[in-house]
Each structure stands twice: as C-alpha cells, then as structure tokens.
Design a protein around this ligand. Structure first.
Ligand code: ADP
Length: 476
C-alpha cells in the first residue's frame, strides 16, 4: 500500500511537473501567436497607409496642374531594347532584363466597375479607348485597355509597363495625365488592365481631316509651340516618345494640346545606348537614320516626327506617305535632298546605307518650294527639323527659342482657339488608314534590301517622267 501510495505521490509530482511544463509551453505558444498576429496587423496597416499615400499622390498628379515636375531620374529600363530573338533556341529569362519599379509607388488597383462606359472612341486590333464616367463623381475620363502582345500573351507586355511607368512619372501641361490604373473582374487576364486618362475632346488627326479650312498661321504656331514644350519636358527627363504623329496629339476645347500614347516610349541614358531597336515610329513619321538601321539614336528622332507634324498642320495631309521603307526613304530624299558626306557625315556607316546607290550629284532640299506660303523663318525651322543628319536638327529647347514664334502673326492665345465638334465625345470610329508603329519583335526591315535599291535610278526615272520637273513632282 505504502509503495502504492509512494508511487501515486511520485506519479502526481511527475504529472504536476509535466502539467506545468505543458502549461508553460502552451502559454509561450499563445504569446508567440499573439505577437505574430500583432506583427501581421501592423504590417497590414503600414501597407494600407502606403497604398492610400500612393493613391492620393496619383490623384494629385491628375488634378494639380501646377505641381512641379518629377525629379530627374536615373534610367531604370533595360539597356537592351531589341526584339527578342526567335531563332528557335530556348529562351531563358535573365533577371537583369526585367523592368524594375521603385518600391511603394503602386497601390492596389481599383476596379473598372467604378466607371460607366459612355462610348467607344477608338477600336484597334488589340486595344481600345473609350469615353467613360466615374460613377461616384461623374467625372468624364478616357479608358484605355492595355494592349496585348499578339505573339506573347503570357504577361503584361513591356510596352504596357513602360507606358504606365512613364505616364505615372510625367507631370506637364502638354503631356496627357494618367489618373489611375484599374482592373477588370478577372485580374489574371492581362487584357483586363485599363489606364484611366484625363479625357480630351479631339485628336489632331481627326481635326485636320475634318476642318473645312486650314489652321491659321497663328494657330499652327500655338500647336507647334505646345508640342515642342511637351517634347522639351520629355527629353529633359530622358524620355523618348518614339511614336509622335497627329493621332497621338490630343487637343481639348480650350486650345490645349497634349502628347499621348506612350506605348512606344522609353527612358534612355545620355548618351543613348548603342543597341536600341530602329523599328520604332509609324513609317510616315520615321526619321531617315531609323530607316537606315541606326541603333544609337536620341531625341532627334522625335524632332524629325515633330517636323512631319508641322508640315501636316500646314497642308492638312501627312507630309511623307511612303508605301514601304524604301519608298519612304525615296520620298524623304525627294523632299530633303539626297545625303552627301557634307550634309550628313558618316551616314554611310549605317547598316542599310552602305550599298545605297545615290545620284552622282547630291540633290538639294525642296522644303521651301513645297511650302511657298510659309515665312522664311517658318521654312528655315521646318527645314532644320527635317535635316537628314540628326545632329543638325534643333533640340526642343532650341525650337522654343526660334524666331518663328517671335514674328507676326504671334501664336494665338489658347483661350482664343476655335472649338470643333468632338468626335471622341459622340461617335464610334474605326480608323486605320495611317500605318501603325511597328510591333515589337517585327523584322527590322520588311524584307527590303536597301542595297539593291538604286535611288539614282529612281530619281532619274521620276525626273524623266516629270520632264525635268526636278524632285518637286509631288509638290503642289
Ligand atoms: P493606341 O495605342 O491603341 O493607338 P492611343 O493612346 O494612341 O491608343 O489612342 C488612340 C486614340 O484614342 C487616339 O488617337 C485618340 O483619338 C483617342 N484617345 C486616346 N487617349 C485619349 C484621351 N485621353 N482622351 C480622348 N481621346 C483619347
């Protein structure tokens, strides 16, 4: 019995110790769990605060026209810009090629359900732009669905990421404002990502097509000045637009022009890297160095496009409407003269220029003859923007200082600008007659062998056809 009792005591003591140990461990576990929950809650709150801060920043960026420009930034997009190789080799993902975003700037996106679609503005093969109204505020905006890469539907295309990144960074009166990025119900689908942009009633292409009489000289000056101000801002911040054309220039009913569509834009270092893709910019607005295969280019390619837009504003039709790359180059040489070692030193080093056959004597520019009504200052500005040699084109800042803007008639005040009926505000459009900017990953040249093209022969033949009419055959 004694032994039984001893043993019972012994068991009770051991049990009690075990019980105490268990209790202690349980309490410690509970404490750790509570601490973890507290930590998680604190992290969640911090995240929410960051999202709210980011949202209010982007809201302010959308609403406050006087906010200062973003600080100049280092290039954060990858150097390599060429289309991916499709040689059949297995593609490896190199993390150094991925875009990097600054942390903490992107909050959780709201739903597209916060907007009611009013009407389609533009519908293309892969994306569309609609006019929409924010349900809560009644504010009218433009909703742009992010374009998919037709060849690769596995993720957000780099062009879309760049468009969002660059628009988020920009704050200038002549650059369209990104108000927010929203998502559809199925957030797994890339085509369910939408940019909410401030709405502008017109694009310049539609206005030029529909207006009964051309812009007055004072109006052209205002528009060109605004375009160049926007470009100066972009170039100051190391951004190349790479797809300037009249359909990408928006105009509101108060005479304000804004540069839009940053789908081809990117940050570039200064000096630019040597491996950029030359397959950028819609053909009719593409600079000659790009047509000749230049891979180290800079802001001058946008200045060439600005020259094309300037000419288009004067004549109301695109200046250089090539059918393909060779024809585009032919039209450029007809208007701007053929290149020589004097007018464009070193152009022969460009990949597509090495075997070019040019007329024995370089032909002069005929910009002046094509625009007889333009003032001397205007013709000299247009001629300089359309310099074959990119280093001879003026920078955006130099254009802003040009005497063309000082001379009478002076640029018209924006408030005095005429208003036009808004197509974007009312009706659906399907408009695809202007060639598109090249898709990423396309071949650099559309199979044309520039070396096989005898420009001397083309010019000689056209000259014969025109019976000695020089190269002004398309000039009216
Ligand atoms: P995509 O990259 O699909 O060509 P864009 O950004 O160039 O798209 O827009 C296509 C057209 O949609 C423009 O030419 C313009 O008519 C219209 N659009 C684009 N953004 C706006 C906007 N913010 N406000 C009004 N219309 C717009």
């Amino acid at each position: 019995m004694a032994s039984k009792s001893k043993s019972r005591w012994a068991d009770d003591e051991a049990d009690a110790a075990l019980e105490a140990q268990r209790k202690k461990e349980k309490e410690e576990k509970k404490r750790l769990k509570a601490e973890k929950a507290r930590k998680l809650e604190a992290e969640r709150k911090a995240r929410e605060a960051a999202v709210a801060a980011a949202a209010s920043t982007s809201q302010q960026a959308g609403d406050d026209p006087d906010r200062g420009p973003p600080t100049k930034r280092r290039r954060i997009s990858p150097e390599r810009d060429e289309p991916p190789q499709t040689s059949g080799a297995t593609t490896t993902t190199d993390s150094s090629n991925l875009l990097r975003f600054e942390g903490g700037k992107f909050g959780r996106s709201r739903s597209v359900e916060n907007y009611d679609k009013l009407n389609d503005i533009e519908e293309g093969a892969y994306g569309w732009v609609s006019r929409a109204k924010e349900t809560a505020t009644g504010k009218v905006v433009a909703l742009k669905r992010l374009k998919m890469d037709p060849k690769d539907r596995s993720g957000v295309p780099v062009t879309g990421l760049r468009e969002i990144q660059i628009l988020k960074d920009c704050d200038h009166r002549n650059v369209v404002k990104l108000l927010e990025v929203v998502v559809g119900d199925d957030t797994n689908k890339v085509e369910n990502i939408f940019l909410v942009l401030e709405f502008l009633e017109h694009d310049l292409k539609s206005i030029l097509e529909d207006m009964p009489s051309p812009f007055l000289a004072s109006e052209v000056k205002t528009l060109l000045h605004q375009l160049t101000s926007g470009l100066a801002y972009l170039h100051d911040h190391f951004i190349l637009h790479r797809d300037l054309k009249t359909s990408n220039l928006l105009l509101n009913n108060r005479g304000r022009l804004k540069i839009a569509d940053f789908g081809m834009a990117r940050y570039v270092s200064d000096p630019p890297p040597a491996n950029l893709t030359p397959l950028v910019v819609t053909l009719w607005y593409r600079a000659p160095e790009l047509l000749l295969g230049e891979t180290r280019y800079g802001p001058a390619i946008d200045m060439w496009s600005a020259g094309c837009v300037f000419g288009e504003m004067l004549t109301r039709e695109p200046l250089l409407q090539g059918r393909n790359e060779v024809d585009q180059l032919t039209k450029i040489f007809e208007l701007c003269g053929t290149p020589s070692d004097e007018t464009w030193p070193n152009f022969r080093r460009l990949p597509n220029a090495r075997r070019l056959k040019l007329p024995p004597r370089p032909t002069p520019s005929s910009v002046r003859a094509k625009f007889p009504l333009l003032t001397t200052a205007g013709a000299s500005l247009l001629g300089s923007l359309l310099s074959l040699d990119p280093s001879r084109r003026p920078t955006a800042h130099e254009v802003l200082e040009h005497e063309y803007f000082q001379q009478d008639p002076r640029p018209k005040a924006e408030a005095m600008f005429p208003t036009f009926p808004s197509k974007a505000g009312q009706e659906r459009r399907r408009r695809r007659e202007t060639p598109e900017a090249p898709a990423r990953g396309a071949q650099v040249s559309s199979g044309m062998d520039f070396g096989a093209v005898d420009f001397g022969g083309i010019f000689a033949r056209r000259e014969r056809e025109e019976r000695g009419g020089g190269f002004s055959l398309r000039m009216v």
